[in-house]
Write a protein that binds this ligand. Sequence first.
Ligand SMILES: Nc1ncnc2c1ncn2[C@@H]1O[C@H](COP(=O)(O)OP(=O)(O)OP(=O)(O)O)[C@@H](O)[C@H]1O
Ligand SMILES: [Mg+2]
Length: 357
Amino acid sequence: MLLSLKLNHFRNISSMELRPDKAVNMIVGENGSGKTSILEAIYLLGLGRSFRSRSLKHLVQHQHSQLQVIARCDNNTPVGLQFHLSNGLQIRLNQTPLKRLSDLATQLPIQYIPANCHQFFELGPKYRRRLIDWGVFHVEPEYNYHWQSYKKSLQQRNAALKNRSKRDELLLWDNYLNRHGMELTEYRSHYLERLRREFKVLFSQLCPAFADAEVTSRFSIGWPKNENLIDVLLANIEKDQQHGYTRYGAHACDWTLKINNADPAELLSRGQQKLFFLAISLAQLKIIHELKKQTGVLLIDDVSSELDQVHQLILLDYIQSSPVQSFITSTNSELKSWVESKDDCKLFHVEQGQLST
Ligand SMILES: Nc1ncnc2c1ncn2[C@@H]1O[C@H](COP(=O)(O)OP(=O)(O)OP(=O)(O)O)[C@@H](O)[C@H]1O
Ligand SMILES: [Mg+2]
């Protein structure tokens, strides 16, 4: 959770200071006023990257050479991030320069819901893997070690395949992939079952039309079920050499949740698909809170796109009553009276990169 946030020369925002509230922080403003930029700054603070630009140079205000995002988290830890066009990114956590981005992510669990998130499940396995791995990363302390080790072994094996290295060398990497890959799979499988349970409760609340729906999970581990990964890797060396990469393993896993045995993309309307994605994100934040006692941050861009007012209010009621801090943008003031009636919610108006009252 964030207690304070300060931005300098971030996109169209020259200087801005926010004192967010515990539950819902509603950011209202016209097109181009700077709403998404505020979400982007919080995301940058938690993940060290942007959700809309590959290069951080685009985030620096035109005619300036550096941006700053400074915040205080709920355990009173100061986090400061600076990106300079020539000197690059520098992050300080608790006054100390940060070495690994994963330390930043551990500090502030963030889920971002883009306006077009209903398309998420069509984006492909890479994105679905990222989503579930984000959750496992936050709740399993050993996960990052196994993932980093797995990733390095995979790069080495792929290089060895391309160089047509001897079987002995490949066998070495196969053993590593097997060891770390089995651990990753175990973590993911446990986590997915927990996610399914939390999701079911949440989805029935956010989308009452599916209150009694059955929710099942599908988990494809990345290689043929009931076989050992090491055997699969060994049996496929020649084919992998022809392809030039390792086809089976934990890096090829995929998952989905089905509603009444149907694919969400086939069954649900666009608004319901958005609620589906929101329920997954909120379920992840709930699991983190239960297991790690951390209050995560939910960023929702353009909440009114695809959602009618009834469903927006159901969503806000849920967020307000749960241990999650949210930053929600909207181009209209439809939800103003709801926000103003709650003690732990705040409304911010943005105009041309500045807060107005
Ligand atoms: N590096 C930059 N320096 C200055 N201004 C920028 C920079 N990059 C983008 N902008 C401008 O910042 C403004 C704010 O953009 P932002 O996406 O935050 O708006 P928004 O309030 O989310 O609008 P919308 O409602 O259309 O989504 C835009 O006018 C954009 O053109
Ligand atoms: Mg926007």
